[in-house]
Design a binder for this molecule. Sequence first.
Ligand SMILES: Nc1nc2c(ncn2[C@@H]2O[C@H](COP(=O)(O)OP(=O)(O)O)[C@@H](O)[C@H]2O)c(=O)[nH]1
Ligand SMILES: [Mg+2]
Length: 224
Amino acid sequence: MPTLNEEKGIGKTIDSINKDFFKKNNWELEIVIIDGDSKDKTQEIAKKKGAKIIIEKRKGYGRAYKTGMPQITGDIIVTGDADATYPFDRIHEYVQLLLDENLDFITTDRFAELKKGSMTLTHRFGNLTLATVLRVLFLINIRDSQSGMWIFKKEALDKIQPLEDFNDGMPFSEEIKIEMFTAKDVKSREIFSTLCPREGEIKLESFKDGWKNLKFLFKKRITS
Ligand SMILES: Nc1nc2c(ncn2[C@@H]2O[C@H](COP(=O)(O)OP(=O)(O)O)[C@@H](O)[C@H]2O)c(=O)[nH]1
Ligand SMILES: [Mg+2]
């Protein structure tokens, strides 16, 4: 999880993981945050709850993942925001699905079950636009191009462009989907999921980031 001043959401997010299921299945669980030098209690709370903390002072959502992912020791990586919006209480089911269906990459469709107050109309419209443009430009059939919860085999990262070539900002999210869904030998799928209302301050700057995400799609289409 990338974190930047998420003291209101980090504890709830970590607590919601079904740790008993992991234990029962003998699945080792490592919780990792990549923290952008939070000035609140994010690090303290995460540490108390047993998480490993990687610090990445350089700005950006994508930058955090680029620094964090190579340092993950597990075979399967599950990502998501630390703001209690993503269903970390279901990740054991998603991991099981990845294994049962022998998939390499799963992305989650938040629109299948948007909880009340989880997304403003403006954001819904922005997301719809971005997903449509992505579908048209890259011929990938996904409904939610901005979902931040992915479940994937770490080895899938070796089959796509080098992590350092990824965007440092919010476009990282759509870029990883484009890379995984268009890569040869990577079995990808989008599954129904959900989104809950956020705890704490939003870091995304709606119009600025929406526009950046849109420009990014055209640029990537032209240059790749
Ligand atoms: N390390 C790090 N994390 C960030 C940065 N910007 C955002 N995040 C984290 O990335 C996640 C996504 O940000 P969020 O504001 O929830 O964006 P949204 O879900 O698209 O509205 C959250 O867990 C943030 O704390 C950053 O510059 N550095
Ligand atoms: Mg979020």
